[in-house]
Structure formats: structure tokens, C-alpha cells
Design a protein around this ligand. Structure first.
Ligand code: NAI
Ligand code: MG
Length: 368
């Protein structure tokens, strides 16, 4: 890819503060590596509402379509909580995901050695943990028809949701998972409940077929979702890539995330369809929200957003060396004892958002 068109949507609350640290890394790459990103910035969420009366304008949506990847901060806050449903900050985020047709949600659970003690599990169970959960995001029981609440002839009420998956929906999410596994540990666990659900039977068949036809060298195991939940807290290091549906993925990704101990450390990506050259539409963002309780104080942890940027380098731009460099810098800075308040431990040095960002760039300088 020659030009790297990047749209930054910093959003609300701590969004702009953490995004400023990514800007340092982008500037460093331009100066020290001669890697020029074509960066544009736009408004989303409450910031966009305040200026334009809408949480995501058509113009910004056009910019998102024109970009190779979007880096998002977070949206929302008490200032906009009483707005009507249509113009709430979250609607901007939902429109972005929907219009870009982002069907694959990537949620890594990665434990830095320096923070392994922060996990609720025993340190040796999580030390070195590196899982990627690939959750289907636009299908399944959250969207299936029929749905609703109905009143039966006998007066009883009944709530209905429907789990539906088509072969093409299964194949495209499995394709993302296998492709990622080849860039990582070469192992995929496909998770459903084929023992009690027909959609799970189809899921299992289609994943196996795709594997045999296109990815025979990737190790594939099928696993029931309830067992997967147990295995995640019993022996999480057995996993590399987990691919699963919308509902199971919602729960399993939150469970896996907490193995790592801190919200301020968790990146994510959402991917859409690939174009003819194999480039996918993509939005990268931290898992955390706009943290209004600490916004404007220069104390937020910027690492989730910096690690989201590293995912962008790795998965959208195939800049693996630069992604490794940034991740190594994060690791070294943590090993060196620097902590923002949310990951503070006894005996470590508490630093601001700005100092954390500056320290990462200084470390990249040392490593490069
Ligand atoms: P939150 O993730 O913003 O905050 C939860 C707690 O974690 C807070 O105490 C916060 O200070 C802390 N925290 C979060 N990120 C942190 C960071 N990087 N460094 C240090 N501490 C951090 O979730 P909450 O409080 O439920 O929601 C706040 C606002 O964010 C709401 O308006 C909500 O709708 C929105 N939100 C937006 C999301 C998004 O844009 N993707 C996701 C989740 C919530
Ligand atoms: Mg959730």
C-alpha cells in the first residue's frame, strides 16, 4: 500500500488526550522512519453534535470511506446524556460501524509481564498470554428475525429473539480468523454450541470446509461455548485465535479482557469486507469509553489507544516491524516501572498521560 490514509476521530472525554499521544508516534515515524501517513481529523460523538447538531455528519462518513483505516478515541459523556436517541453520541459510533459494514470485531487479550500480577487469575496462568478473539458483529441473535415481545391468546407475554447465520456470514468471519492466525500462532478455536443449536451445526460445518479448502496448515479445533468459558479461566494460554458468533463473542471477549486486569490497556479493531487488493475497511479503537470522571486531567492511560494504533499498523498496513517496535516500547516502559493511575502498583512511578506518551516515543528512539 503506497499512501496510508488515516482518519482520526478523537471524540469526547479522554479521547483527545489519549489521541494526542498517538500523534507523537505518528510524528516520530514521519521523522525517524520517513513513513508518511496522510492524516485527517474529524469530529464524532458529542463533539460533532456540539458543532453540527449531529453525532456523525455525511462529510465525516465520506472521509471514513475514503480512508484506509480509522482510529477512534471514545464518545459520550453526561453533557449529552439527555439528548434524544437519534442524536446521542453513541449513534455516531453505530452509524460508522454499520455504514462501513464492519462484521468482524477483534479483541485481543494480551498480558504484559509487568502487569501479570494485576490479573484476577494466578500470575503463572496469565504471564505471556496472547489471545485474539474474533467476534461476528452484524449477525446472529442480536439482529435475527422474528424478534419482539408478543402477547399470547392466554394472556401470557412471550419475548422472542432468533439466532440466524447464513453460510456467507460464517465463511467471511472464519476467513478473517484463519488469516489472522497465519500472522500469529497458527491456531484457531471455533466456538459454538453445535450440540444444541442448528446454527451451530452449520457454523461448525462451514468453518471446517473453509479450513480444509483454504487454510489446511492452520490448526483448527471446534469447542462448545460453555467449555470455552471454562477453559478461558482454567488455562487461557491454550488459545491463539478464537472465532465465534455475536452473542458468545460478546461474553467471551469481556471475560478474556478481564484476564488482563485493566480497561486502560485494551485495544480493539473492527474489520469489514476486503477490496480487490485484499485491504479491509477497518476501525481501531480502545475498548474503554470516554471516562468523563477523569477527562481533562491528563491522567488517562493512553496505552489502549497506542496499542490500537499498533494493531492498525499490523493488520491494515502490514507494517509488522513498526507494530512490534511500538509494542516493545510499551513493554519496556512498563518494565521500567512507569504507570498511569489506573494501573498503579506499589513501588512504581505514577505518571501523567503526557509523560507516558513521551516515554513511549523516547523508548522507540532507543530501540530503533
Ligand atoms: P469508561 O470506560 O469510560 O470508564 C469506566 C471506568 O474506567 C471509569 O472510572 C474511567 O475513569 C476508567 N477508565 C476508562 N478508560 C480509562 C483510561 N484509558 N485510563 C484510565 N482510566 C480509565 O465507561 P463508562 O464510565 O461506563 O462510560 C463513560 C462514557 O463513555 C459514557 O458516556 C459511555 O456511553 C461512553 N462509552 C463509550 C464507548 C465508546 O466510545 N466506544 C465505550 C464505552 C462507554
Ligand atoms: Mg460487552
Amino acid at each position: 500500500m503506497s499512501t496510508k490514509k488515516l482518519l482520526i476521530l478523537a471524540g469526547d472525554g479522554i479521547g483527545p488526550e489519549v489521541m494526542a499521544q498517538v500523534r507523537r508516534v505518528i510524528d516520530w515515524m514521519a521523522k525517524k522512519r520517513h513513513i508518511a501517513f496522510d492524516v485527517s481529523e474529524g469530529l464524532i460523538g458529542g463533539a460533532s453534535y456540539d458543532k453540527f447538531g449531529h453525532p456523525l455528519t455525511d462529510e465525516t462518513m465520506q472521509d471514513a470511506f475514503a480512508a484506509d483505516a480509522v482510529l477512534l478515541g471514545a464518545v459520550g459523556g453526561p453533557k449529552w446524556d439527555n439528548l434524544s436517541f437519534d442524536v446521542k453520541p453513541e449513534r455516531g459510533l453505530l452509524r460508522l460501524r454499520k455504514d462501513l459494514e464492519l462484521f468482524a470485531n477483534l479483541r485481543p487479550a494480551f498480558v504484559f509481564d509487568a502487569l501479570a500480577e494485576a490479573s484476577s487469575l494466578k500470575t503463572d496462568l496469565v504471564k505471556g498470554l496472547d489471545i485474539m478473539i474474533v467476534r461476528e458483529l452484524t449477525g446472529g441473535v442480536y439482529f435475527g428475525q422474528p424478534r419482539g415481545i408478543e402477547t399470547l391468546p392466554n394472556g401470557e407475554r412471550r419475548g422472542v429473539n432468533t439466532q440466524v447465520y447464513t453460510t456467507s456470514e460464517i465463511v467471511r468471519i472464519a476467513d478473517v480468523a484463519f488469516d489472522l492466525a497465519k500472522k500469529r500462532g497458527n491456531k484457531v478455536h471455533s466456538v459454538e454450541k453445535a450440540n444444541v443449536m442448528e446454527s451451530g451445526v452449520l457454523w461448525r460445518e462451514e468453518v471446517q470446509k473453509l479450513h480444509d479448502a483454504k487454510y489446511p496448515s492452520v490448526e483448527l479445533q471446534h469447542m462448545y461455548a460453555d467449555n470455552c468459558a471454562m477453559q478461558l479461566v482454567r488455562a487461557p494460554k491454550q488459545f491463539d485465535v478464537i472465532v465465534t458468533d455475536n452473542l458468545f463473542g460478546d461474553i467471551l471477549s469481556d471475560c478474556a479482557a478481564m484476564l488482563t486486569g485493566s480497561l486502560g490497556m485494551l485495544p480493539s479493531a473492527s474489520l469489514g469486507a476486503a477490496d480487490a487488493k485484499g485491504n479491509r475497511r477497518a476501525v481501531y479503537e480502545p475498548v474503554h469509553g470516554s471516562a468523563p470522571d477523569i477527562a481533562g486531567k491528563d491522567i488517562a492511560n493512553p496505552l489502549a489507544t497506542l496499542l490500537s494504533f499498533a494493531m492498525m499498523l499490523r493488520y491494515s498496513f502490514d507494517m509488522r516491524a513498526e507494530a512490534d517496535l511500538l509494542e516493545q516500547a510499551v513493554k519496556n516502559v512498563l518494565d521500567g516501572g512507569l504507570r498511569t493511575g489506573d494501573i498503579m502498583q506499589a513501588g512504581k512511578a505514577k505518571v501523567s498521560t503526557t509523560v507516558m506518551g513521551e516515554s513511549i516515543v523516547r523508548e522507540m528512539d532507543k530501540l530503533a
